[in-house]
Design a protein. Sequence first.
Length: 180
Amino acid sequence: MADERVNQEPAGDERAEGEPKTGEAKPTERVMLVVVDDSLEMPVALRYACRRARHAAGRVALLHVIERTEFQTWLGVGDLMAKEAREQAERLMQRVAKQVMEQVGNMPILYLREGKQSDELMRLISEEPSISILILGANTDPGGPGPLVSALTGKMVGKLRIPVTIVPGNLSSEDIDAIS
């Protein structure tokens, strides 16, 4: 599925000459990408990205990937499950975008994709030259940092064109404020 970018434009194009659309970064803006999911460490990465964006006059971009399900027994049930997953993803993105607006003061760039999370993340980074840094939260449980952090610090690290900041998921808001 192609990338879908939420673009909320007013009726009639009231932008100044050369001004990017809502949902697009200015050519000189630093764009900090956060992968949105339901993990406990995602809010920590989000807060860090928002603080960095606010201090660097940058922008936050949010990516959520809807993992495909292989439910093909009854086609109608599979379609219903896909629709519900899409609606749930849109609600999650709206809630997280609201948090970014409150913390940074501007609308984040929103990407909603379907597929395997690591594949879609790599595809987005290669397609969007405005993305300048990836910020991920790391799980601090004994099970490891999480599949995405593990993949991006392992075999996939050589394929990245941008730096990755990994924020420990156990940091408090005060800790994040102190280091950002």
